[in-house]
Ligand binder design. Sequence first.
Ligand code: ACO
Length: 326
Amino acid sequence: EKAVGILGVGSFVPDKVVTNHELEKVIDTSDQWIVERTGIRERRIVEPGQATSDLATKAAERALQDAGVSAEEIDLIIVGTVTPDMFFPSVACLVQENLKAHKAAAFDLTAVCSGFIYGLITGSAFIKTGTYKKILVIGAETLSTITDWNDRNTAILFGDGAGAVVLGETEPGYGILGTNLGAEGAGGDLLKVPAGGSRQPITEELINNKLHYIHMDGNEVFKFAIKVMGETVNKALAEAKLAASDVTCLVPHQANLRIIQSAAKRLGLPMEKVIVNVDKYGNTSAASIPIALDEGIKSNRIKNGDVIALVGFGGGLTWGSCVLRW
Ligand code: ACO
């Protein structure tokens, strides 16, 4: 079995900033409420004409550059997203063409906010077995396009962005040491976009009832997230034969500061060891972990030899964690 590592990281967010104060003008909310309950201060939103594959391509270009790997070397592109440009072709195929990564196979994967972790662990299996040598794993979303901007339960939470990594072989003892993935379909109703698929194809009535937007039971998702984040990290750590005290940096899905704080507490990790940028970007779904990872590296908070735990949870319900030695 080959050791699999992250050879390069890149991210991209749209220029347009939407602050809590701007939301105050549209919905019955306040900057103070949003900051206290979520830690979010502002988010980035795409401009008309800008789509998920545009963000994904820019993040991927930066990851390739960081890794010193050319697009022609890429064997496979996996994109975790629930906001593709269209049903098909996949975002991964659009990115393949944008990058001219002609050798690469390409597919999208649906695991909502766990999409990047699912993609990372799926990609790593191809390298472990020697099937592929270089893989791009991307988390890219434009949740703003499926958010009801008049619904204060959801509009305050989400933002757009993309993050990418290049996976490849690394030195033994480094890279991915332990992983865990899970799902609980029974909780699917807690977080969903009800219409627009084969169960309820779009009609005018469905649009009037806003069933093509995100619907969420925030309180239940909150409880689920707090429970599952610690559990999945502990399972990945056990596989890596490490303890929570060995973790030098936790890179959690950025959904809500209180969820992140509670997960850190359950793992016994001080907040100094946790990457947080939910204040700047809100919840960017599958993009949030690679964006936070990129920030952690660029700000020198993640260094050679560190033990990093990535952890995500999301609709499905789904969750996952990946422990690496950097
Ligand atoms: N502004 C002002 N007041 C609000 C707002 C708002 N935006 N939203 C709700 N309120 C009110 C409610 O009406 C309620 O009022 P009431 O007490 O008079 O009924 C009060 O504030 C408290 O509401 P709660 O829903 O209990 O607030 P809570 O502390 O649970 O915070 C939140 C809500 C932020 C949504 C929280 O539950 C949460 O973050 N949940 C997790 C959501 C999440 O992470 N989703 C994404 C998962 S990842 C993925 O797959 C996309």
